[in-house]
Design a protein around this ligand. Sequence first.
Ligand code: AMP
Length: 482
Amino acid sequence: MIKADFKDYQLSSEILKAIGMLNFKNPTKVQERVIPAVLEQKDIIVKSQTGSGKTAAFAIPICQLVDWEENKPQALVITPTRELAIQVKEDIFNLGRFKRIKVAAIYGGTSFYNQQKELKQKTHVVVGTPGRIIEHLDNMTFDVSNIKYLVIDEADEMLDMGFIEQLETIIDSLPKEHVTMLLSATMPKDIKDLCNKYMNHPVQVEIEEENKTADRIIQERYHIEELDKMELLIDMTIVENPDSCIIFCNTKQKVDEVYQELLRLQYSCRKIHGGMEQRDRLKVMNDFKLGNFRYLVATDVAARGLDIDNITLVINYDMPEDGESYVHRIGRTGRIGKLGRAITFAVQNDTRFLNEIHQYIGKEIPLRERPEKEAVEHAKAEFNEKKSTAPEMKETKGAELSKEIMKLHINAGKKTKMRAVDVVGTLCGIEGMTKADIGIINIIDVSTFVEILNDKGEMVFQKLQNTPIKGRLRRVSKVEDN
Ligand code: AMP
C-alpha cells in the first residue's frame, strides 16, 4: 500500500520543514482524513484517541491557514485541562515555528494580567481552558472578532468536567462564520447534541481498531489485598525495572502516601496531583518529559492527553473507576509505533470497576501471579544498578527545531517605543539576513525577544554588539531556554 505523504497536501514549505524536523515521516490515519478536510474549511468531528496524532491533525491545517499579517487571533483551541492547553500550545508552536505563528495559552491558576498583555500583542492562535477564556471574554481582553477556526479538544472530558455550558457561552460569542473541529474519544449524547447545534454538515472521521490503545500495550492485572499493595509495587518495579514509569492512584492522599514511601526507598521519583500549585505541576511534568526522574506518582490529572515519549510502564496502583479512565491512563505508554506495558492492581472491592473496564476494552486483562521472591531477589542487582545511575535525559519535541534557531534578548522594549519594524529593519540591514531568517518577535515592557532562524543566530548576535537598533546600541544577549 502506498503511504500518504505530507507533500500531498497544499502545505507551505515552512510548515513542511517543521513537520520534517519533528520527524513525522508520514501522516497518521487521523491526519490523512482531517488535514485535507480542514484545508477545505469543512467542519469536522473526529472520534479518536490521544496518541493517534490528533493534535497535529488540526494544528497543521490551522498553521497553514492562518494569515500571518493579521494581528487579531484567528484560531481558538479549547481544552479541558491546563496541562493539555500547554501541550497543545507547544505542538502548534513547533509546527508553526518557521511561519512565525504566535500562540498564546490562557488558563487558570496563573496571572490573568500577563495573559492579557500577551493577548494585546499579535497572536494567531489562542489555546485555553473554558473558565479562563470566559474571564477574558467578560473583561474584553480577548478579541474574538476575527476567529475563523475553533477546535474543541477532548470534548468528552469537557463534558465530564461540567464545561458544556461554558463551551456554549464561548461558541455563542464567536463570529457565526467559522470552521469548527471537535475531537473526542467517545461520543456521548450531549456531545452529539452540541455538534448538531453548532456544526454545519460536519465531516465525520472515526479512527478505530488500528490505534486501539489496548492492542499496542501489554496489559496484566494482579489480585491483591489493599495492605499488600505497596509490597507488590516494590516487587514489580524491581522485576520490571522501567526507565520511565507512571504510578496512578485514585486520590491525592494515596499519591502522597506512595510517593513518601518511594522517596524513603530512594527511588528517583516525584508526584503530581490536583492539590498542588499549578506552577509546581507544570514543573513536575516538564521535568518528567525531560527524563529528570524515573517514577511519577499521579492522580488522573496526569492521565489525559499528555504526550510524553518513552514511558515504558504504567502501574494502576488503584483501579481506575471506569473504562475510559483506564484507557487514558494506560495510553500514557505505547505512544505512536511503540509498545508499552500496563499493570493493574485489583482488590476485592474493585470487581465492579474491573468488569466495566473489561466490557469497555472488549477483552479481559490477563490475570498474573505475583512474582516469586526468588525472581525479585534475582532482579535486585540490576535494579539497584539502574537506581544508582541518573536517568537518561530525553530531548524535547522541539529540540531538533531549536538547534538552528537562536533566541536573542534586546535590552529595550515597549517603554522605549521599540516596535517589530525597528527590529526587522536592523536585522535585514545585516549582510546575509533576510526577513525569512527572523522568527517570532516578542516585545514586552523593557525587553525584546527575537528568534534568529537558519543557524544565523551567532552571526547576528556578533553583529548586534556594534550595530545600533532604533538609533542606539543596545545590550543584546543570548537566551538559553530556547
Ligand atoms: P497526539 O495524538 O496528538 O497526542 O499525538 C501523539 C504523538 O504522536 C505526539 O508525540 C506527536 O508528536 C506524534 N505525532 C503526530 N503526528 C505524527 C506523525 N505523522 N508521525 C509521527 N509522529 C507523530
